[in-house]
Design a binder for this molecule. Sequence first.
Ligand SMILES: Nc1nc2c(ncn2[C@@H]2O[C@H](COP(=O)(O)OP(=O)(O)O)[C@@H](O)[C@H]2O)c(=O)[nH]1
Ligand SMILES: [Mg+2]
Length: 143
Amino acid sequence: MKRLMLIGREGCGKTTLIQAIKEIQMIYKKTQAIEFYRNIIDTPGEYIENKSYYKALVVTSADCDIIALMQSSTDEESIFPPNFASMFTKPVIGIITKLDCEEGDEVRAFDCLKASGVEDIYSISAFTGLGVDSIKEIMEYIE
Ligand SMILES: Nc1nc2c(ncn2[C@@H]2O[C@H](COP(=O)(O)OP(=O)(O)O)[C@@H](O)[C@H]2O)c(=O)[nH]1
Ligand SMILES: [Mg+2]
């Protein structure tokens, strides 16, 4: 299985996605530092909120096969600078989270991720399970 690294604002749903992928009970858990699961790397929201951590993200990405930039459908703004994805030398995908939220806006999140430089964008809800299998498939099949 390939290694996936998750990057996104605090509260966008990184840890909950990991729990959904691993089908373990959803318990709220704040990420304090970069956490290594068997094949998923969860990064703290602060790492994308503060430019001085970008280098740490790039260094950490060296151990991964694929990077996911995550944007909640409920977030009104992007936290990613334009073409942020081009910092990485690995394939970068986009994940729109919280598709179950009625107040969310999938198109707005899609546009944010496009502006960050990702091509392939997946929509998920860790709560309903929508799209979670497609993320699992990516982890199995990405070259
Ligand atoms: N409605 C909804 N809420 C979600 C979803 N995924 C995460 N959340 C909620 O969003 C909050 C932050 O999630 P968390 O995974 O801790 O975000 P992280 O900071 O990116 O790791 C928690 O209250 C989660 O229950 C989802 O798919 N749908
Ligand atoms: Mg977290």
